[in-house]
Design a binder for this molecule. Structure first.
Ligand SMILES: Cc1cc2nc3c(=O)[nH]c(=O)nc-3n(C[C@H](O)[C@H](O)[C@H](O)COP(=O)(O)OP(=O)(O)OC[C@H]3O[C@@H](n4cnc5c(N)ncnc54)[C@H](O)[C@@H]3O)c2cc1C
Length: 419
């Protein structure tokens, strides 16, 4: 069996940044395993701009952003295997992978970094009734057809879901000559970034139908049209509000799910809210030496944050190889009153250098509210927010000084408060 110090599963932005972080801490023996035929992950098909504003203070396309990290990994001579699908990992950190060249590979790792990204929820997950005709795609699949393979999925398009992928695809399909008739969103607010609503819908006059859903799909061989209807506060369609939209293509952008089947096989504990591993401040899961970062941990809005987080995962894995151990739990962080979850879930203050980023999302839209952070019963932070939306990830920086002020703290609570 082959042995490596650190094996990284996934060669997207998370895996690449983790490899760079680990190498910067002096670890030589690293291997990246990537199932695709190139490094870079989902960014390779995101040819729009808007990437890297935080990291590089410039606006890059997805492939340009990825290329900077691919180049660095190559410059650092970090080994990687492409076309290599990891099919199993276990809690002893034995990885089983398969590719055409080696057949079945068994690798024993001292440390594993999970960086497998996420996947789209399919039609089956939302139970739309109607016929099972051609012309229904996930937005990401359509993005790959258009941007990588050079095929147009259709000419008259309805998009269900107004998360970032749905918004970006509304603009992309329009630029490629299709007519996007509507973006339909179940919730009374969009799940995407504000800048994407303006730049991808408003600029092209594409209607956004909030609090609506697709209630029927018509078509024998190919899609002929969809029926949409307004929904009530329980998200149930309201009778009499139906509207039929003729179209040949329906794109589904109805959520992303962290890709954690492998993590579950290794008995990594997963969060019911994010679908990603529960981690401590060092991004270590409940299995010693197994770390997680990027969209496999929780779905991020900006890749810059993926990079930041994944560099630390790589550095922590390197420290683990060099003999440091990390407590699996620590001070528990509780998300309540509008905050849905936090990453990390546990914090050991001794492992914090100067500060730690606490990332989370809210479950609803809040205007002119506060994010409050309590150390046990003491409110230590109270940050005014003009708007909080589920589509944007929030980050709060907790300083080491706060932990020193509360040496016996048992719980940190994150809340949304009106005043
Ligand atoms: C349509 C779209 C638009 C976006 N727009 C923006 C934007 O404008 N700005 C921005 O900052 N961010 C944007 N993002 C988000 C950004 O692309 C992601 O945050 C980032 O790609 C996540 O990186 P990752 O490495 O965690 O996941 P991924 O990029 O998904 O990489 C995961 C990698 O793991 C590999 N993998 C998975 N399972 C296995 C396995 N079993 N074996 C081997 N390899 C495996 C995959 O093949 C993949 O290469 C967008 C994303 C999408 C989809």
């Amino acid at each position: 069996m082959r042995q490596h110090d650190i094996v990284i599963i996934g060669g997207g932005p998370a895996g690449l940044a983790a490899a760079i972080g680990a190498r910067e801490e002096g670890i030589e023996d690293i291997l990246i395993l990537e199932r695709d035929n190139c490094l870079g992950g989902i960014l390779n098909q995101c040819i729009h701009n808007g990437f890297g504003l935080h990291t590089f203070k410039e606006e890059l396309t997805g492939p340009e952003y990825a290329e900077r990290f691919v180049d660095k990994v190559k410059e650092m001579n970090v080994p990687y295997k492409l076309n290599t699908m990891v099919i199993d990992i276990n809690k002893d950190k034995i990885i089983t992978a398969v590719n055409e060249e080696d057949g079945i590979l068994e690798i024993k790792a001292k440390s594993i970094i999970l960086a497998m990204g996420c996947r789209e929820r399919p039609r089956g997950a939302i139970n739309i009734p109607g016929s099972r005709c051609a012309g229904i795609y996930s937005a990401g699949a359509a993005q790959k057809f258009v941007n990588i393979d050079g095929y147009m999925p259709g000419k008259e398009v309805v998009i269900l879901g107004s998360g970032d992928i749905g918004l970006i695809m509304a603009r992309r399909m329009t630029l490629e000559g299709a007519k996007v008739k509507a973006v339909v969103e179940l919730m009374p607010y969009s799940g995407g970034l504000k800048r994407n609503i303006v730049q991808c819908l408003d600029d092209f006059g594409i209607p956004l139908k909030l609090a609506h859903t697709v209630t029927d799909i018509k078509g024998k061989d190919r899609l002929e049209g969809v029926t949409i209807a307004k929904v009530d506060e329980n998200r149930k369609p309201i009778k009499g509000t139906e509207e039929y939209i003729p179209c040949d293509t329906l794109l589904l952008s109805v959520g992303l799910v962290p890709e954690n089947e492998l993590s579950a096989k290794a008995d990594v504990e997963l969060s019911q809210v994010t679908g990603g591993p529960i981690v401590n401040e060092s991004l270590q899961t409940n299995i010693e030496g197994v770390f997680a970062c990027g969209n496999v941990l929780h779905v991020h809005d900006l890749v810059d944050y993926v990079t930041e987080e994944s560099v630390s995962a790589g550095k922590n894995a390197a420290r683990y190889i060099n003999g440091q151990t990390f407590n699996k739990t620590g001070i528990e962080v509780i998300a309540t009153n509008g905050a849905r979850y936090t990453v990390p879930k546990f914090i050991n203050p001794e492992n914090i250098n100067k500060l730690i980023d606490l990332r989370f999302r809210v479950g609803d839209v809040y205007k002119d509210n506060y994010i409050s952070i309590y150390f046990d019963e003491v409110r230590e932070m109270h940050i005014k927010k003009r708007i909080l939306t589920p589509g944007e990830m929030e980050t709060v920086k907790l300083t080491k000084a706060l932990f020193e002020k509360h040496p016996d703290c048992k719980n940190i609570t994150v809340k949304v408060e009106g005043e």
